[in-house]
Design a protein around this ligand. Structure first.
Ligand code: ADP
Length: 385
């Protein structure tokens, strides 16, 4: 069974094609700079990799380009688009409605549209991708896999904010959490690696990429997570501030006399690793900077310590929330490639966690999980993952 996984962002469309029976990824790639000058396609398969400049004014074109690349006579991996049995879409926000991945129909499309209010940068491009697939690959069933679903098991004590209750009822203001597909994938992998049933494990999963979030996963269910109403909350990230006293925002607005949009940019695009170091949002540059001498290195060292300190705080908090801790899992770009961070956590927490607590790196694979959910759903097996 051949499954196409699509992840549409505002100006990009990533894709991966899976042969499920043979557990193989046949091809992957990305269309970049959609709707901008200089659009390009990067495509990779066993047959090689290629890049090409293309015209791509919108997501509809992007999906056409992807299907063409997959079926191309020279570098394609399937003979015709009819080989595709199902399409799995990454969708960021499913609000409180989608607790599981789901088959896409008109009602689901309307709900994803509704939740665009909560994820204005993310849900609209996903919808554009879904609508394009419905035309270009008509009759191929489509499945939505939401970043928020996995965290829908959080209890109200964890997801409510201390605001007047009416704001939750009126606007849906609460903690939703994100990166759910990754937290779920690495939890399941960790259970396999530890050779224990997931239902018996208390895990803290740390997804540390450009965006960073942690989750407390008790018996396979997310019971708390560090991102909140938006992906701005929690850990220090590449360019996002993470946890902040909300009064700081009001103070900056008053002092700088800038617009709410400018403050939004400040918190989302100019803060975090970049804002503190003044060097880069990329962990590799920060590590390089910290090894240099002079003023620059002081701020790189500081942000490295801040980054690790906040992770440590959340591990401690989540251990308390779950009443135990079997393993801490590190994943995504920073989590998978920085063994020093894992060692530092294990060392600094040795008197806090039990002797049996494991610290593990588990590479994430959100696309594979999306493909698997897609198969389960289109085979009509289950809606409960
Ligand atoms: P995204 O959230 O965009 O998917 P990634 O999971 O690719 O991001 O993570 C990006 C982060 O991972 C960057 O900060 C980058 O510096 C870091 N990273 C990637 N590879 C390495 C590496 N080999 N060593 C250290 N950091 C790395």
């Amino acid at each position: 069974m051949i499954i196409l996984v699509i992840n549409c962002g505002s100006s990009s469309a990533k894709y991966q094609l899976f042969d499920i029976e043979n557990k193989r990824s046949l091809a992957r790639g990305v269309v970049e700079r959609i709707g901008q000058p200089g659009s390009r396609l990067e495509h990779q398969s066993d047959g090689g990799a290629f890049k090409s400049s293309i015209k791509c004014p919108d997501h509809y074109y992007a999906i056409e380009i992807i299907v063409d690349a997959l079926t191309d006579k020279n570098h394609g991996v399937i003979s015709s688009k009819d080989a595709i049995a199902g399409i799995g879409h990454r969708v960021v926000h499913g609000g409180e409605e989608f607790k599981h991945s789901t088959l896409i129909d008109g009602r689901v499309i309307r709900s994803i549209e509704k939740f665009s209010a909560l994820a204005p940068l993310h849900n609209p491009p996903s919808l554009a991708g879904i609508k394009a697939c419905a035309k270009i690959l008509a009759h191929v069933p489509q499945v939505a896999v939401f970043d928020t679903s996995f965290h829908q098991t959080m209890p109200a004590t964890a997801f409510m904010y201390g605001l007047p209750y009416s704001y939750y009822k009126k606007y849906g203001i609460r903690k939703y959490g994100f990166h759910g597909t990754s937290h779920r994938f690495v939890s399941e992998e960790a259970a396999r690696i530890l050779k224990r049933p997931l239902a018996s494990l208390k895990l803290v999963t740390c997804h540390l990429g450009n965006g960073c979030s942690m989750a407390a996963v008790d018996g396979g269910k997310s019971v708390d997570t560090s991102m909140g109403f938006t992906p701005l909350d929690g850990l220090i990230m590449g360019t996002r501030s993470g946890d902040l006293d909300p009064a700081v925002v009001l103070y900056i607005l008053k002092k700088e006399g800038i617009s709410p949009q400018k403050v939004n940019d400040l918190l989302n695009k100019e803060s975090g690793l970049l804002g503190i170091s003044g060097v880069s949002n990329d962990m590799r540059d920060i590590l390089k900077g910290a090894r240099l001498k002079g003023q620059g290195s002081i701020r790189c060292k500081l942000v490295l310590e801040m980054f690790a300190y906040r992770i440590k705080k959340y591990i401690g908090a989540y251990q308390a929330v779950m009443g135990g801790l079997d393993a801490v899992i590190f994943t995504a770009g920073i989590g998978e490639h920085n063994p020093w961070l894992l060692k530092k956590m294990a060392k600094e927490l040795k008197n806090v966690v039990s002797k049996k607590t494991k610290f593990l790196v588990v590479p994430t694979n959100e696309e594979l999980l999306i493909a698997k959910d897609t198969v389960e759903i289109i085979k009509g097996k289950s809606k409960n993952f």
